[in-house]
Ligand binder design. Structure first.
Ligand code: SF4
Length: 140
């Protein structure tokens, strides 16, 4: 049993990198906090440690991962296939959930099948026409 209370972390495996450049984005400028680097991708070694430690440290029997960016799908589908494999490896009987926030522009049917097969909760942000409302839709 973990000595820590349950807590929640948002994971940003691509840092502040996005394939869009929304004028209102509050997050892209965070790239400037790391002027010495152009490499923001979370490495496989860090991913392995992160997933193991995050699961181990949670007191509850359910563990929720939240993937955000930047645009997290820039990490590629294989990366998230690895995520799910590592979660299974380290679950130790706990129920694992995943939520992912995306601008949706890089999604394909293959991504859709993966999300469906692994029951990811997807947050999809879409900008409407100028002067219109921003549409924000959540769904499985
Ligand atoms: S899609 Fe999201 S993360 Fe990307 S620039 Fe726009 S607001 Fe920022």
């Amino acid at each position: 049993m973990s000595p820590y209370p349950t807590f929640h972390i948002m994971t940003k495996p691509i840092g502040a990198i996005c394939n869009l450049d929304c004028t209102y984005c509050y997050y892209l400028e965070k790239e400037k906090l790391y002027p010495q680097t152009r490499q923001f991708k979370m490495t496989d070694e860090t991913l392995d440690s992160y997933i193991r430690q995050y699961i181990e440290s949670q007191a509850s029997s359910e563990v929720s991962f939240a993937w955000q960016g930047g645009e997290p799908t820039l990490m590629g589908l294989e990366y998230f296939q690895k995520v799910v494999q590592l979660q299974r490896k380290y679950a130790n009987g706990k129920k694992i959930g995943n939520a992912l926030q995306t601008n949706g522009t890089l999604l394909t049917d293959e991504w859709g099948r993966f999300f469906s097969d692994n029951q990811f909760l997807i947050g999809l942000s879409i900008d409407g026409v100028k002067g219109g409302r921003k549409v924000r839709r959540l769904g499985r």
